[in-house]
Design a binder for this molecule. Structure first.
Ligand code: SF4
Ligand code: SF4
Length: 395
């Protein structure tokens, strides 16, 4: 019996969990194989009540009232989080959407994004779901590497806390490589490595890090996030021509002053990219001690959608960009439990990395953070400030 027959045999409504591009491809693949989909479900509140390819999107809080019994096809790449959520909601029947996407004929249907981006979303989902179902390998969906604290803009609500840096610096290419070498001696596979800043093109030695990642077999894709202000040239442009590279451009309208020229350059050199308006920002960048109990910090961590935005910065491995930057800024006391020092010579390093990935249930820095939740109200993105913002600094 194939996966589609196994799903329809249950005779209960079938719901796709995750209303992103992978979810849309799953819907069309199911329709192609005579599986009727009852609805999409998503944790994002602003999706609720909307329709996707003619199918209603419901919020996860509505599930029990609308579908007391259901079978789920998970399209979110972070499948582990969804499985835990479904268990908490007392639903036991689910399938990995990655298994369905292996049957997808993407070109057969129409989608409102370019084929390359869709293909990237689909292959990410397949890889993540395969890895989840083979837990013998240490696989991470995505890891960020911060190569500079410098940015060509200063956004008041930057979730990477650029607005607080008085004297931002670039990170040294050799030190970045040393961190990566240490990291990969304990990790089997990373689906996508995201090269970020600030604005990564502020670091003139960016190509050394990108070349290293391009040559690393354990890295699936190398994604570079840019704000469209700086045109890559010379060695920087050369390293982007590797087929592993994809540029993610955030378009801040007139602030992204080189956006169109950048796209022209990328088109000319056949470099893959995706450009999107700055959107879906939430108020998550303020630094304030909340004095929460440990239990409520655990609750914040559990519900935070940034808790697996693994970040390598300045030789350390963090759970999220907020904890990385408050540590670097010394905006919290020193919390050595909140990171793993990749440059330490400890024989326990591999064990510490695994524990940090799988067994962390909160960070001390969560107490200084409002948290990032999918139901958060959206704010205006890209508001600029002329001076670095003030914060309480610890010694
Ligand atoms: S462009 Fe704005 S949001 Fe992006 S890194 Fe720079 S300051 Fe942060
Ligand atoms: S709540 Fe914790 S895990 Fe989430 S962004 Fe803040 S510090 Fe990171």
């Amino acid at each position: 019996m194939n996966i589609f027959e196994r799903i329809t045999k249950q005779k209960v409504p079938v719901i796709i969990f995750g209303a992103g591009y992978a979810g849309q491809v799953i819907l069309n693949t199911c329709i192609d194989h005579n599986v009727e989909i009852a609805a999409f479900c998503d944790n994002k509140k602003n999706y609720s009540g909307q329709f996707m390819l003619g199918h209603r999107i419901i919020h996860s809080s509505e599930l029990h009232d609308l579908f007391p019994e259901a079978i789920f096809i998970i399209s979110a790449a972070d499948i582990n989080d969804v499985v835990i959520q479904l268990n908490d909601l007392h639903y036991s029947q689910w399938h990995a959407g990655g298994d369905i996407l292996k049957f997808a004929e993407i070109g057969k249907h129409k989608y409102d994004t370019e084929f390359s981006f869709l293909d990237y979303a689909v292959s990410t989902c397949i890889q993540c779901h395969d890895a989840y179902q083979s837990p013998d390998k240490l696989f991470l969906r995505s890891v960020d590497i911060v190569i500079t604290e410098k940015c060509s803009m200063r956004c008041k609500d930057c979730s990477n806390l650029m607005q607080y840096y008085e004297k931002p610096v670039n990170y040294d290419a050799a030190e970045l490589t040393a961190s990566l070498e240490s990291f990969f001696s304990h990790i089997d596979q990373v689906n996508e490595f995201r090269v970020i800043g600030g604005e990564p093109f502020m670091n003139k030695h960016i190509s050394e890090t990108i070349d290293w990642l391009n040559n690393q077999e354990k890295v699936g894709r190398v994604i570079i996030y840019t704000n469209g202000t700086i045109l890559p040239k010379g060695q920087t442009l050369e390293c982007l021509k590797n087929k592993k590279v994809m540029m993610m451009i955030t378009d801040y309208d007139e602030l992204s002053k080189n956006h169109d020229r950048l796209i022209g350059t990328l088109d000319e050199h056949n470099i893959e990219y995706h450009t999107d308006k700055a959107q879906n920002w939430t108020d998550c960048a303020s630094i304030k001690e909340h004095n929460r109990s440990i239990e409520s910090q655990k609750e914040v961590f559990k519900n935070c959608c940034a808790k697996c935005l693994f970040t390598i910065m300045d030789g350390k491995f963090y759970r999220c960009p907020f904890s990385a930057h408050v540590d670097k800024l010394r905006a919290t006391p020193l919390y050595e439990d909140d990171y793993v020092d990749l440059l330490s010579s400890s024989k326990e390093l591999g064990h510490k990395i695994k524990e940090f990935i799988f067994n962390k249930d909160y960070l001390n820095s969560c107490d200084y953070c409002v948290g990032r939740f999918l139901s958060d109200k959206k704010i205006t993105p890209g508001i600029q400030v002329s001076e670095p913002l003030k914060f309480k600094q610890y010694s």
